[in-house]
Ligand binder design. Sequence first.
Ligand SMILES: [Zn+2]
Length: 398
Amino acid sequence: MTLGTAAGVTEPFPAECVLSGARVALDPGRAVWATLVVRNGKIAAVIPGRKAPAGIAKSLRVINLKDHLILPGLINAHDHLHFGIFPRLGQGPYPSWREWAEDIYHPEEPPLLDLLKISKETRFWRGAIQNALAGVTTVCHHDAPHALLTGNALPVKVHTDCGWAHSLDDRQWARRFAQTPVNRPFILHFAEGTDAQSCRESARLERKVKLNERLVLVHAIGVSKSDWLKLRAAGVWIVWCPTSNLHILGQTLARELLLSYPSIALGSDSPLSAAGDLLDEVQAARALLDLPSDLLYRMVTSRAARLLRLSGDQGTIAEGGVADLLIVRDHSRPPCDSLITLSRRDIAAVMRSGEITVASDEFYTLRNLATELRLFPFQRHGLQWHVAAPPGVLTLQS
Ligand SMILES: [Zn+2]
């Protein structure tokens, strides 16, 4: 099945609009009443106060966000978007990802037989939609680049400006690392296992490259205590995918490590192994390890932006920054507490570079968005949504 890129499915939202009446997150612990002026995909102004200044409101499209809280759009540091429509597979725990992959990979049998017939483009779309519905505005795709990912069609921005290898089992990984520009991150699965082979990966890595802050190691479950000290001293970044780790390996990173290691961001990993989406990871991390809500907030906003070396103040809400926003119902809690307790019912809309990509049914109807946007209906989490995606992609049964 091929649906192509469906370019132009979203009508341009007013290039300039005003979001008024909401509390706006300044950092994990603080939100203030403010009006946001969004212009050409950026936050042109943050004006303190509960109401939009009268002069501004007259000339622009004003979206009344009374009783709402505006959070920065979330940043997913690790996903495999082409598996966006796949179910979770395997019965762990396994010694490492290698045994899991061998166990689940039967392309000649259902469900893979049928799923692999779906075009890669459609699978990218579904992966992107899954992220957008979780409040994600930027996702790092861990696999080969594709034209659909670097265009502007998908409801999330896909970060591909980095080097990557699947893992140290990729014989070309050191060459790929050497070819990656020195100011870009290099991402690979690392020590995804509890067996001896996984535990030796730190030594294998160090034999070929000098540890530094460009390295982004995904999972790192088999890293020893002494090797954690080396990674920390070198500023190496880690992506933590808790539900994927638990599904494949039966364990994940320790709470003390997560509290003390300064360079860890959160990723959803693929639906093949994870419980759901990035919001599920945030909430599972909280439930499993009782991590502080401000730490989890940073792991999916400012920290993830630093890991990926994103520009434009991504992961924060600031004048001059990109208008990547997650608009939720306000329960008068600090932003970080709102995020970790966020119910799907409280998600009102997601804005990517100033354009609404996801709206709840209530938000869509009450604000009369049908006259301005071409969003299409989609059921997920038992709720009705409106999403910037082609109807053919949305109606495909998963
Ligand atoms: Zn992965």
